[in-house]
Design a protein around this ligand. Structure first.
Ligand code: GAR
Length: 199
């Protein structure tokens, strides 16, 4: 397939992974373009990043919808309208409802800042993950890119990278070391998935 894959990136925060994906597209490391960025919060830096690159943004606040299923359906419908090929969750902190997962079956991936299947599940996001890794006295950590299915942090693993946990680590120092690897493996994982999808 010679056309570029159309990516939707879903964000809730700073968007450094979004930036890594945009950069990989622009450097032609990926036969893809970020067609739309979707956020569940307004005034986050990820939206600024998108605007700087003239990427369309959709801010969908859950409080404006009657329930989570209708919220998920709204996002699914907006992505369908835009012919999205792959949905990339990049620091998106809401759980997607089963109707969304069914709409994009096999076409949703997520990055998690720990070595799944350890340290995943409900409530395990951002600094909570790194705190749990340190508390468990793990010797190593690192990000995981995986497919999203209807169970939180459960889908098939696509790529992982390992970093050491150092004796004086705080959640912040560990997060920084893991995040550097996230920016490398997320574009690589997207490439792997796109090639399976025929791009
Ligand atoms: C990343 O560390 C990502 O792995 C994590 O949120 C951060 C977002 O950073 N995601 C989760 O914890 C999901 N369970 P970013 O906004 O700079 O990309």
């Amino acid at each position: 397939m010679s056309r570029k894959a159309r990516l939707a990136v879903l964000v809730s925060g700073g968007g450094s992974n979004l930036q890594a994906i945009i950069d990989a597209c622009q450097q032609n490391n990926l036969n893809a373009e970020v067609a739309v960025v979707v956020s569940n919060r307004d005034k986050i830096y990820a939206l600024e990043r998108a605007k700087k690159h003239n990427i369309e943004t959709i801010v969908a606040l859950p409080k404006d919808f009657p329930d989570k299923t209708i919220y998920s359906q709204y996002i699914a419908d907006e992505l369908k309208k835009r012919n999205i090929d792959l949905v990339c969750l990049a620091g998106y902190l809401l759980k997607l409802e089963p109707n969304f997962v069914r709409s994009f079956k096999g076409r949703i991936i997520n990055i998690h800042p720990a070595l799944l299947p350890k340290f995943g599940g409900d409530g395990m996001y951002g600094h909570f993950v790194h705190e749990a890794v340190l508390k468990a006295k793990e010797k190593e950590s690192g990000p995981t890119v995986h497919f999203v299915d209807e169970v939180y942090d459960n889908g098939e693993i696509i790529l992982q990278a390992k970093v050491p946990v150092l004796p004086n680590d705080t959640p912040d120092t560990l997060a920084k070391r893991v995040l550097e690897q996230e920016h490398k493996i997320y574009p690589e994982a997207i490439k792997i998935v796109l090639s399976k999808l025929g791009f």
